[in-house]
Design a protein around this ligand. Structure first.
Ligand SMILES: [Zn+2]
Length: 445
């Protein structure tokens, strides 16, 4: 069903809500439910509306393209503490390199690796695991093992970054869907109108025919630089240019990829490219807002302590992408930039304490030379600093924690190796970490 008459546009405020894809209302047998414009599994914040039919244009979209995109971004989502529908952190693949052999494994947190499991090597010729787990196997023969002391030998971990997903039709359909549904929310559009036929077609069809491409991946580095000054990496940003009968939506996904979506027909012009270039040259946020007057929404994870450089993750990435195209390298570098940072948020601190059970006063077996990524040490540093403080445990909020960390950092400015030395000498380490962990679990909002 398509409505051509512009008068119908004026009826937007009528109480009958129809699906913005098929124009059907509940009278015609469909169910309208509150659905996520921005997929929930890609963000800790919600952007919702109620103008999409529940099966054909909501759950089927998830089945046809969204879930594939979401799964492909597991490592990024895990890094940003975004949970799955089942309230679990998404698992991702990582290679552990032990004595020159690669052991790929699906994990949700680095210490999963140590759990009682045997990991086959990439060539399936050898296994890595604890001696006890091997001895439980009937086919295990003593003498066939090579012993490896994980506390004294270095294990390199290598995360696998796939960037092809950003260029797929599935990703572009998802981006177009977000753009169209967000625009409809802003304009209070609750029906299908013919002026949007092309974009609806773009979203709902699996394969494109002769139709023009509607979603363009932006590769101008200046634009990325600008948006990163505006919003930290890992967040999303939606911008819209809606003037002179042109509607363009820009979607910045995790700061890794920025897309331009053309919502109406025959719009692309030199002017617009010029505007984009201008956007990147805007000197500050005020200037940017005045000039472009965009509608914007930032879907931030939550309040962050901005000490990103302090938390370099030092992940070794899989060898550079096979595809040598500029665009692959570009997306790969953006992903690496994001994974190399570790943002300290209430969520990330509490997850860290729970993952490692730091609040339970157990002895900590620390491998000072390897095994866990650098972010483990960085977060442990925060827990330890907090444990050294004399404030009442219940008196902390994120602002106080930020002040303490920044002050400690400014005073000591010690590297991770210095921190490890301090820990090794400190007889009260466990007590301090335990206290720090308890503070973290009680952070006030
Ligand atoms: Zn529908």
């Amino acid at each position: 069903m398509t409505i051509d008459n512009d008068i119908d546009l004026l009826k937007n405020n009528s109480p009958i809500i129809r699906c913005i894809y098929c124009g059907k209302s509940t009278d015609e047998g469909i169910k309208l439910n509150v659905s996520d414009i921005f997929p929930l599994s890609l963000s800790n914040e919600k952007l919702k509306n109620k103008n999409v039919c529940s099966i054909e244009h909501n759950s089927n979209f998830s089945k046809y393209f969204e879930s594939c995109v979401i799964n492909s971004l597991a490592i990024v989502r895990n890094h940003l503490n975004i949970k799955n529908h089942g309230n679990k952190y998404p698992p991702y693949y990582i290679n552990y390199i032990i004595k020159g052999e690669k052991y790929p494994i699906l994990i949700t947190k680095p210490q999963d690796f140590l759990k009682d499991r045997m990991i086959p090597s990439e060539d399936k010729k050898s296994f890595f695991g604890t001696l006890e787990s091997f001895r439980k196997r009937k086919d295990f023969k003593e003498g066939n093992e090579i012993l490896f002391d994980i506390n004294n030998e270095e294990i390199v971990s290598e995360s696998l970054i796939e960037v092809d997903i950003y260029l797929t039709r599935k990703m572009k359909r998802m981006i177009a869907k977000i753009a169209y549904e967000w625009h409809c929310k802003l304009e209070n559009i609750n029906n299908r109108y013919s002026k949007y036929d092309s974009i609806i077609n773009y979203i709902t069809k699996e394969q494109l025919g002769d139709e023009p491409e509607r979603v363009r991946l932006i590769t101008e580095p200046l634009i990325y630089d600008f948006l990163r000054r505006y919003l930290p990496l890992g967040n999303h940003l939606l911008l819209r240019i809606n003037k002179h009968n042109k509607v363009f939506v820009y979607i910045c996904l995790f700061g890794i990829a920025i897309y331009e979506v053309e919502l109406l027909d025959n719009q692309r012009s030199k002017d617009l490219e010029f505007e984009l270039r201008e956007l990147s040259q805007a000197k500050n946020i005020k200037h940017f807002k005045e000039r472009f007057n965009p509608s914007e929404i930032s879907i931030e994870n939550e309040e962050m302590i901005n000490i990103a450089t302090f938390f370099s993750m030092d992940l070794k990435l899989n060898s550079a992408p096979q595809n040598k195209d500029f665009i692959f390298k570009f997306l790969y570098q953006n992903t690496k930039d994001l994974l190399d940072r570790y943002y300290v948020t209430k969520l990330s601190l509490q997850r860290f304490v729970e993952d490692y059970e730091l609040n339970k006063g157990k002895e900590l077996l620390l491998n000072y030379d390897g095994i866990v990524e650098k972010h483990f040490w960085c977060l442990l540093k925060v827990v330890y600093f907090l444990g050294e403080n004399n404030l009442d445990i219940a008196a902390y909020d994120m602002k106080t924690i930020e002040e303490i960390i920044l002050e400690q950092h400014a005073h000591n400015n010690f590297s991770l190796s210095c921190f490890k030395k301090i820990l090794q000498k400190d007889k009260h380490m466990v007590l301090k970490i335990n206290r720090g962990a308890k503070i973290i679990l009680q952070i006030n909002d």
